[in-house]
Design a protein. Structure first.
Length: 344
């Protein structure tokens, strides 16, 4: 597959408590990555509309001659593309789609030409609902849609309620095309799904490292990126069950919960994650590179955002206590949960 220009590549990459005694040594947490980790998929990690593996679509539109473009497009469309690219190269599908007469059908024809002439290969699935996704993106999208809980999916698709219901009723899926073709799923909702599936992998790696630290039975922490917040928030507990929620629809407020008037912000979310990491001595046991990348990813996804959620303190007996923080972005559905606990 041909490589895109340096300018295009750069544009694609731009984006956007108490200690715990454990039986684990730092070396056991920071050991050499497994083969699977070393061969981790390359995912789209910023909110762009062209995966790096699909950047040849734009290169084709930017560099192919008039005669070659004319094989795949009407001459008047080619004229518009050539005239426009003379002023500045195309840097996104939205940019290319802004050219007069270039709509979704023409973009697919451009994709076809790029594939035929080897500007893209099988690593690029193609253009679906306004974004060009890679094969690894597709794998992540399908895995997410096949496994996501009802409450989270509806938060990811706040303006596509019917689409969310149809996905839940139709899954499992095997391709991203099947998901894009589902009634009620359009450009905005498909991009939201892609973002939920791919944009938080460094944070998920941090959470996995936290969860891998074993407990000695006295203290522990669990961190989650994907979870069913409604079931967690509405669960009842025998001995103590204190809940404070914010930003929820009245019908979604758990029974007996106090209502906080202010939503959570990025600083509150970060503090909850920092506290969970520190609670299990993760600042020592988790490699600095994993922590740095995870928190940078968290900051990128939460900066300037507002979050609904709940803070829950519960006890199932007088000898233990759990504290849960749940945060869900009110627009994108990006969600984070931390739970810390102690037991005598």
């Amino acid at each position: 597959m041909r490589l895109g220009s340096a300018l295009l590549a750069v544009s694609m990459l731009a984006g956007c408590g108490g200690g715990l005694e454990t039986e684990t040594t730092p070396e056991s947490v920071t050991s050499t990555p497994s083969v699977e980790q070393q061969q981790a998929p390359i995912l789209t990690q910023t909110n762009v509309d062209v995966a790096i593996e699909c950047s040849g679509i734009l290169e084709f539109a930017n560099t192919a001659s008039y005669a070659i473009l004319d094989r795949y497009l009407p001459s008047n469309v080619v004229t518009n593309i050539v005239n426009r690219r003379a002023t500045a190269p195309f840097t996104s599908l939205a940019d290319l789609g802004s050219v007069p007469l270039v709509g979704p059908a023409r973009l697919k024809q451009i994709e076809g030409g790029a594939r035929t002439l080897d500007y893209i290969d099988a690593d690029c699935v193609g253009i679906l609902d306004g974004i060009a996704i890679s094969r690894d993106d597709q794998t992540a999208i399908v895995a997410l849609v096949n496994s996501i809980d009802d409450s989270e999916l509806h938060d990811v698709l706040p303006d596509a309620w019917n689409g969310a219901v149809n996905l839940l009723n139709t899954r499992p899926f095997t391709t991203a095309q099947q998901i894009a073709d589902t009634a009620g799923i359009g450009d905005v909702s498909f991009r939201n799904i892609r973002n939920s599936a791919t944009l938080s992998r460094p944070l998920e790696a941090l959470f996995a490292a936290v969860n891998a630290i074993p407990s000695n039975g006295s203290y522990g922490a669990v961190t989650k990126r994907h979870f069913d917040w409604w079931n967690i928030a509405s669960a009842g507990h025998y001995y103590r069950d204190d809940k404070t929620c914010f930003g929820l629809e009245p019908s979604s407020v758990p029974s007996g919960a106090a209502i906080r008037p202010n939503l959570a912000d990025a600083a509150e979310v970060r503090t909850a994650v920092q506290n969970a990491v520190a609670y299990v001595n993760g600042n020592t046991l988790i490699p600095a590179a994993v922590r740095t990348a995870g928190f940078a990813n968290l900051d990128a996804l939460t900066q300037g955002r507002s979050f609904k959620g709940c803070i829950i303190t519960y006890e199932n007996d007088p000898w233990s206590r759990n504290t849960v923080h749940i945060y869900v972005d009110t627009v994108t559905g990006f969600s984070v949960m931390t739970e810390t606990w102690w037991a005598e």
